[in-house]
Design a protein around this ligand. Structure first.
Ligand SMILES: [Cu+2]
Length: 177
């Protein structure tokens, strides 16, 4: 019994080793040739058919649909999406002051203005003013403690000020660049 089971085990191991060796060998022989055959036959047939069929259909359809939808729906829809997906500028009010002494905001693209009002029950807002003092954008006025996000308009590169209209001492020098 004992000899028989050992012999069986040895036989099994021998068989497994042999099976592994032979399957590796078989794999080496059978796997190597097909890839070059597939690559050689696949490239020439796939390339010429894909390019001519894709290009003619894509080009005529794009100009046809773009003018119709772009001015009316595409432009307004994509602007807020890119603004919220783009840069976020955070301004914090605390102790009747803006925490940020100065700021840099992206020029030429709408951005998200996140206003953190940490002054409990004290209302603040943020007004974006250009160099002449003209107001370009004003957020809601709201008391803390609360955080709100606003879609600020695109600013051309240059200096601006963020000012709280309720507390004129709250001023941040801002560079759009
Ligand atoms: Cu204020």
């Amino acid at each position: 019994m004992r000899h028989a089971s050992i012999a069986a085990a040895i036989a099994a191991v021998t068989f497994l080793v042999a099976a592994c060796a032979s399957s590796d060998e078989a794999a080496g022989w059978t796997y190597a040739p097909p890839p070059t055959e597939v690559a050689a036959s696949g490239a020439p047939s796939g390339e010429p058919s894909a390019v001519p069929s894709g290009e003619p259909s894509a080009v005529p359809s794009a100009p046809a649909s773009a003018p119709a939808s772009a001015p009316a729906s595409a432009a307004p829809a994509s602007a807020p999406a890119s603004a919220s997906a783009g840069e976020k500028v955070t301004v914090t009010a605390q102790g009747i002051q803006f925490e940020q002494a100065d700021l840099t905001v992206p020029a030429g693209a709408p951005f998200t203005l996140e206003f953190v009002n940490n002054d409990a029950q004290v209302p603040h807002d943020i007004q974006i003013r250009d160099q002449s003092g003209a107001a370009l954008f004003t957020t809601d006025t709201f008391p803390g403690v609360e955080t709100r996000s606003f879609d600020a308009p695109a600013l051309t590169a240059g200096p601006y000020q963020f000012v709280c209209t309720i507390h004129p001492n709250m001023i941040i020098d801002v560079a759009a660049q």
